[in-house]
Unconditional design. Structure first.
Ligand SMILES: Cc1cc2nc3c(=O)[nH]c(=O)nc-3n(C[C@H](O)[C@H](O)[C@H](O)COP(=O)(O)O)c2cc1C
Length: 191
C-alpha cells in the first residue's frame, strides 16, 4: 500500500487538500496529514471544516488516515527511515516554501519535506499566491532544480468548467496524474 504525506499550510485554497484526501482514501492510500497552525485556521475560515474533527471522523471509518502533530519532531515521519512514497504540500504558502527551499526543518511539515529531498522521494508543491515576487520565484526555481514538482493551483479552462467543483477537480486531477493515480476528475485534452 502506498503511503503519502499531505502538508496543509495557511495559503488560500484549503479545499484542494480536502478533495485530494478524499480521492486518496478512495484509492486505498495510507495518508499522514500535517497541518500548520495557520493552515488549520484557513481551512476553518474557507471551508468551515475543523480539520481535527474531520480527520477524527474519517479515521473512525478508515485506518488509512493519520493526523500528525506539527510540533512533534519525534514522529516517525520526521525520519529518513520512515518509508513514504510521496509528499504533497497543498496549498503551500510562500512562508513554508521559503523555509523548505532554505533547508529549515523547524516543524514536522518542513522536516518531512527536507527528508523527501534528501531521500530523493517525490515532493509535489502546490504554491498559491498572486502575484509572485522574485523571492517566491527563486525559491520555486531552486526546488524545481532539486527535482520538486511545482504544480501551481492554476486550473485550466479548456475542459469547459461549469462549477467551482470542476475547477477544484482539475487541480486535484493534475496532482493525481503526477502521482500516476488513474482518475477521471477532469476531461483530458484529446479524450
Ligand atoms: C485567509 C488567508 C489567506 C491567505 N492566503 C495566502 C496565500 O494564498 N498564499 C500565501 O503565501 N499566504 C497566504 N496567507 C498568509 C499565510 O497564512 C501566512 O504567511 C502564514 O504565516 C503562513 O504560515 P504557514 O506556512 O506556517 O502556514 C493567507 C492568510 C490568510 C489568513
Amino acid at each position: 500500500m502506498k503511503s503519502i504525506i499531505i502538508g496543509i499550510t495557511g495559503a488560500s485554497g484549503s479545499i484542494y487538500a480536502i478533495r485530494l484526501i478524499e480521492e486518496l482514501l478512495k484509492n486505498n492510500i495510507n495518508i499522514y496529514v500535517i497541518c500548520t497552525e495557520t493552515g488549520r485556521k484557513v481551512v476553518k475560515f474557507e471551508t468551515g471544516t475543523d480539520i481535527d474533527e474531520w480527520i477524527g471522523n474519517l479515521s473512525k471509518a478508515s485506518n488509512n488516515i493519520h493526523l500528525e502533530d506539527i510540533n512533534n519532531l519525534f514522529s516517525s515521519v520526521a525520519s529518513g527511515s520512515f518509508k513514504f512514497d510521496s509528499m504533497i504540500i497543498l496549498p503551500c504558502s510562500m512562508g513554508t516554501l521559503a523555509e523548505i527551499s532554505n533547508g529549515l526543518a523547524k516543524n514536522l511539515l518542513c522536516r518531512a519535506a527536507d527528508v523527501a529531498l534528501k531521500e530523493n522521494r517525490r515532493l509535489i508543491i502546490v504554491p498559491r499566491e498572486t502575484p509572485f515576487n522574485a523571492i517566491h520565484l527563486e525559491n520555486m526555481l531552486k526546488l524545481s532544480r532539486l527535482g520538486v514538482t511545482i504544480l501551481p493551483a492554476m486550473p485550466g479552462f479548456y475542459h469547459k468548467p461549469k462549477t467551482i467543483e470542476d475547477l477544484i477537480n482539475f487541480v486535484v486531477g493534475k496532482i493525481l496524474d503526477s502521482l500516476s493515480i488513474e482518475n477521471t476528475l477532469f476531461k483530458k485534452w484529446g479524450d
